[in-house]
Structure formats: structure tokens, C-alpha cells
Design a protein around this ligand. Structure first.
Ligand code: FMN
Length: 315
């Protein structure tokens, strides 16, 4: 299938041109099911269920609950992920429709997943990295621009998507602060096929996030988000009020002593950075309430339709 054909095929089954970003700890099987049943591509990290057996059960439940709607699992393809081999077996067994690879993926893994029927996407923060992913034969590239939640990019979406679209005519997704209808439309105008949305789903009832986290998202806005490499050795976005609640001064953080090494074991050596110090992107100003993912996606669909109307575009 041509690249344009893949984008058209994926979009034709969706209510909105949106894929959810998988989120460590937060994304549950119930969230994936709610996202898919509300008409977008749902996603979760393979490491969120606490064991490979639990992952197996979750994937079976998702597959049985979403019909033909595409959904996604994120695999951390890094040598420090001790669950990679068994989790991969489970992902292959369930023929997960889309796999997002993170960190040091190898072409053999890409081919193995594709031969088993999965589409393989990889997220990038630089044009050069996108070129390497294209050489590995991925089906989709996720451009993570400045302002994103989790491990964020630092380039403007105008620059990042602009550079990638000069040479890549395959499926392209854009991430970073997309949280309303105009944001989705802007991603499409830049040349992305799908918007990739994470942070707003942290406020979903189905997300595994504490009530205090949800409240902080509803109350917060871009000014409350700090980008630092102090916790994981890689630039990531965190909510300043959660730093303060953990006795830290956002203006005087001490860099990670690990030398920036990424270690994924036990859900990440730095899992405190995700469990107690809360990550979210700059788009949280658009989160007005916490509630079921389907309710937020109903609002998003209306807001997207309004954005299209305001630009004189077909509904
Ligand atoms: C709390 C949190 C945890 C995340 N964990 C992961 C993860 O485990 N794997 C991954 O590929 N991306 C992860 N991300 C990134 C998201 O998948 C997505 O790229 C990002 O949220 C998009 O930006 P946005 O939050 O501004 O919408 C995480 C993001 C957040 C906010």
C-alpha cells in the first residue's frame, strides 16, 4: 500500500484524525478501549501492566472490545528493558495493529513486527533521527515537537514537520501541546496526517493518575510546565506544582547523578519522576475538567468541527 493509501486507510476508520500517545503509568487498557470506542487510535505502553502475563490479559481484552478499530502498544526497544523479549512475544501473539517503538529500535525488530501484520511507528525529535527511522523501514514517523508531555522535543513544529515533510511522504504524526480542534487542524495544515495527543488524557477517569494530578491539570496552564533533564537525563516536561509538593525548588534542581543513563527496569529507575513528580505538556490549559475520555473526545470532535467551519472547510 502507498503511504498516502495508509494515511487514508487509517483516517477512514476514525472519527477524528487523532492517535493517543501512550503514557507511562497513566495509560490503562480501559483508557485504550475508551479512546478506540470514541473513534481515535488508543495507545498504552507495554510496561504499564505489572507483568507480561498481565499485559497478555490486557491485550486480549482490548482486542475483544474495540472491533476493527486500530490500537497501539508502545515497546521500549532498549537493552535495559528486561521485559522486551517476553512482551514482544505477547505483542506478536495478539497481532497488535500498531506498535510504537521507543529508544534504539533495530531494523530486525521492525521487520519482525511488520511480517506479523503490525504497523510500526517511531517517535523522533530531530529530522536526522527521522531519516534513520525511514532507513529502518518504519511505517509512520511521530514528530515530537516542543511543549510535549513526557520526553519532549525542543524544536518548533513548524521547523520539525517542515524539515521532515521535505523528504518523507509517508505517514506523519505530530505531537506537542495539541489539545483542541484548532490544534488538530493546525497539525494537518503543517503536513501531518494525524495529531498525536497525550497530556489531555491524563485527566481521563480511565487514566491511572491520582486525583491530585487530575486537579493540577485542570488548574494548570503552560506557565506551570518546566522542561528539565534533571530527573531522567533526557529533556522531559514536569508540572512545577508537583515539584514543589515533593519539596523541590523548580528554579534550583540538581541534575540526575546517573549521568543521564536510561534504565527501564522495574518500570524505569526514575519511576519516581513519573509517579510522584507529574509530567504533562504545555497544552494543559485546554483541560477544563476531569472525566471520561469519551466525554472529552465528544468535546474535541465538536471543537474540531467548529475549527473547520471557521476556516471555511468541508465538514
Ligand atoms: C505522563 C506521560 C508519560 C509518557 N510516557 C510515555 C511512554 O511511556 N512512552 C512513549 O512513547 N511516550 C510517552 N509519553 C509521551 C506521549 O506518548 C506523547 O508523545 C506526548 O504526551 C504528546 O505531547 P502532549 O502531552 O503535549 O500531547 C508520555 C507523556 C506523558 C505526559
Amino acid at each position: 500500500m502507498t503511504s498516502a493509501g495508509l494515511a487514508a486507510r487509517l483516517k477512514s476508520g476514525l472519527r477524528l484524525p487523532v492517535m493517543a500517545g501512550p503514557m507511562f503509568i497513566a495509560s490503562t487498557a480501559n483508557l485504550v478501549i475508551a479512546q478506540c470506542n470514541a473513534g481515535i487510535i488508543g495507545a498504552m505502553p507495554a510496561l504499564n501492566p505489572r507483568s507480561t502475563e498481565a499485559l497478555d490479559k490486557d491485550l486480549a481484552r482490548i482486542a475483544a472490545s474495540v472491533g476493527t478499530q486500530p490500537w497501539c502498544v508502545n515497546l521500549v526497544a532498549h537493552k535495559s528493558n528486561e521485559r522486551l523479549a517476553p512482551d514482544l512475544d505477547v505483542v506478536l501473539k495478539h497481532k497488535v495493529p500498531i506498535v510504537v517503538l521507543a529508544l534504539a529500535a533495530d531494523p530486525g525488530l521492525v521487520r519482525e513486527l511488520q511480517a506479523n501484520g503490525s504497523l510500526v511507528f517511531q517517535d523522533v525529535i530531530r529530522n536526522r533521527h527521522a531519516q534513520k527511522c525511514a532507513e529502518m523501514g518504519v511505517d509512520g514517523i511521530i514528530a515530537v515537537a516542543a511543549g510535549a508531555g513526557g520526553h519532549t522535543g525542543d524544536q518548533s513544529p513548524f521547523a520539525l514537520v517542515g524539515e521532515i515533510r521535505e523528504w518523507w511522504d509517508g505517514l506523519l504524526l505530530l505531537a506537542g501541546c495539541i489539545a483542541n480542534g484548532r490544534g488538530i487542524l493546525a497539525a494537518e495544515a503543517l503536513g501531518a496526517d494525524l495529531a498525536y495527543i497525550g497530556s489531555p488524557f491524563l485527566a481521563s477517569s480511565e487514566a491511572n493518575t491520582q486525583p491530585g494530578f487530575k486537579a493540577m491539570l485542570v488548574e494548570g496552564s503552560a506557565k506551570d510546565v518546566l522542561v528539565t533533564s534533571c530527573f531522567t537525563g533526557v529533556k522531559a516536561s514536569f508540572l512545577k506544582p508537583s515539584l514543589v509538593e515533593n519539596g523541590l525548588d523548580p528554579d534550583n534542581l540538581v541534575p540526575a547523578t546517573s549521568g543521564g543513563a536510561i534504565n527501564i527496569n522495574n518500570g524505569g529507575a526514575n519511576s519516581k519522576a513519573w509517579r510522584d513528580i507529574w509530567s504533562a505538556g504545555q497544552g494543559i490549559g485546554a483541560i477544563k475538567s476531569a472525566g471520561p475520555a469519551a466525554e472529552w473526545l465528544d468535546w474535541l470532535a465538536g471543537d474540531y468541527a467548529a475549527a473547520r467551519r471557521s476556516m471555511g472547510l468541508a465538514q
